[in-house]
Design a protein around this ligand. Sequence first.
Ligand SMILES: Cc1cc2nc3c(=O)[nH]c(=O)nc-3n(C[C@H](O)[C@H](O)[C@H](O)COP(=O)(O)OP(=O)(O)OC[C@H]3O[C@@H](n4cnc5c(N)ncnc54)[C@H](O)[C@@H]3O)c2cc1C
Length: 653
Amino acid sequence: MEEVRIGVYICHCGSNIAGTVDVAQVSQYAGTLDSVVIARDYKFMCSEPGQEMIGRDIKELGLNRVIVASCSPHMHEPTFRRVCEEAGLNRYSFQMANIREHCSWVTEDHEKATEKAQALVQAAVRRVFYHEPLEIREVPVNSNTLIVGGGIAGIQAALEIADSYHKVYLVEREPSIGGHMIQLDKTFPTLDCSACILTPKMSQVGSHPYIELLSYSEVEEVSGYVGSFKAKIRKKARYVDEEKCTGCGLCQEKCPWKVTSEFDMGLGQRKVIYTPFPQAVPNVPVIDRQNCAYFQKGKCRACEKFCEAGAIDFEQEDKLVEVEVGNIIVATGFQTFDPSIATQYGYGKFDNVITGLQFERLCNATGPTGGNIQLKDGSIPRSVALVHCIGSRDENYHDYCSRVCCMYALKHSHLIKEKTNSMVYQIFTDIRCFGKDYEDFYQRLVKEGVNFVRGKVQQVTSANGKEADQGRLIITAEDPDNSKVTQVPADMVVLCAAIESQQDANEVAHILSISRKADGFFLERHPKLDPVATMTEGIYVVGCCQGPKDIPDTVSQASAAAARVLALISKGKVEIEAATSIIDEEKCSGCRICEFLCPYGAISFIEDKEVCRVNEALCKGCGTCAAACPSGAITSKHFTTEQIMAEIEGVLV
Ligand SMILES: Cc1cc2nc3c(=O)[nH]c(=O)nc-3n(C[C@H](O)[C@H](O)[C@H](O)COP(=O)(O)OP(=O)(O)OC[C@H]3O[C@@H](n4cnc5c(N)ncnc54)[C@H](O)[C@@H]3O)c2cc1C
């Protein structure tokens, strides 16, 4: 066996580590440990001089194991593994000890921090003793991309990838793409018409030779790994043949049945055979089976009678489509908080208490009132109150700020002033205008004569005390600084309801093997340095499914993810994890516990041998199987029993 020669490098991380840990003492201590040939401390190990120092030592001192005690491996493990490789070592000869997040950042006690840093270094030294070189393998990258969600995030990413001549499957669960942006009237701060800037992109998607749009569809299953995913997609029955339909709209005109329109947020009606809005892409209607007289009572078929193209197909069934892709972009967006849960705001009780999204439809020329801002009885409001932070920045619902509400409340104020000249009140706790030109927009609204009232709303009540009153409302708010209570009279109250994660976010996360944060939004790999990637390689999150954001930020993120995908496609191949599990077939009892537990579907049962086997391309090295195997037949490479025991002993000595 070759002699083990270890180099240990203690990083100061400026004062992040050295401010608490006595780095010179840790370095001196490391030098006394078994097989350690050199131990040094340096201001920034990740800097170029730091990296060069390690590379030089590997070559000059013949090191065959390297330990860096610094930050989390999340940050710089790839950096130091590359340094080792460039100096001729296998990357798995390297080990990182985290003496920042696990040590200096969690205590102010210098002595204890130094003691723990020494223990972690000792653990790493004992562990690397058992490290073995692992073979790095590469797999080709399929150049197709799957995008889930056809709001502005999914549309932007799809166009950027497809414009580079690479195929995109865009899956949208609603009958049309467009997401929330197509419901908006104007967009802050420039006040350009939302549909005018979005519909050109939507029609580009609809006719793009490199985009296959799977609308009214949902992803049911995803397997595989970066470069080579397989997805099963359920294309729900529209009961209209997409090939034959000419989009003439006669079926909708002749359909005698009307129900509440989801697109108009319950304020208007739609037909039972419908496209959600006039510019829908694809421009192919859907029959709403639950409300269709033919499906429910066996009568009607009016749409079929008037369809000259013969496109109505009551026999149509759901179809399962399978696609193979190299990368996946998740762009499933958001839903808004249901204010009826917070009964104090009177939503669902008073007719003229509506949400921000309902207001967007009310304002919109294609909306239920043709763009007139009016009360339920058709009259023009004399005063409107916009209440901020409904469900956001509220410990009872969501702690976080929804980021867009302040700005859209200002936008709504402008539209109310412009269209009705009513009195407008903004009832807020803080106004946050963080984006480019947003502060100017705020100042503009101040000049337009909007009344700003600081206060947390306690209650919305009827002015005459009646329960279901359509008349004047009173908003009672308390200033959080001085507890002063103000009462604001208004005919209409617009609630700025929080942006929250989709109701089915958990299922989507499960299908795609990605994680969610405690607030429900999908978790990015790193909030600052890798905000669109996820912990699952080849899967990216963009737009509001990753957290509340406005359209400019959504578009930037979508473009960033598209760039990541295109980079991988142009590279053509991708490295796969070498630290995978292996099963000793001699020891395997064929109990299949590992197969059922594996979160990546990487283990299969070999019937004729009655043993389990790992598909190394699918295995992510999580170690679940090794921990669960009752026969001890599974070894996780780079996390062997010897390596883990040595590390534990190192900490405990
Ligand atoms: C009232 C209001 C006003 C606003 N005004 C402005 C404004 O003026 N300016 C501005 O910059 N921002 C504004 N915003 C924010 C803006 O709406 C968002 O930034 C933008 O819509 C985010 O786009 P997205 O694609 O991430 O999500 P979404 O618009 O929510 O789109 C997500 C899409 O994914 C689909 N989907 C969801 N789940 C699945 C699934 N499992 N499978 C397939 N498809 C799925 C959905 O049907 C939807 O089409 C406003 C928001 C609100 C609530």
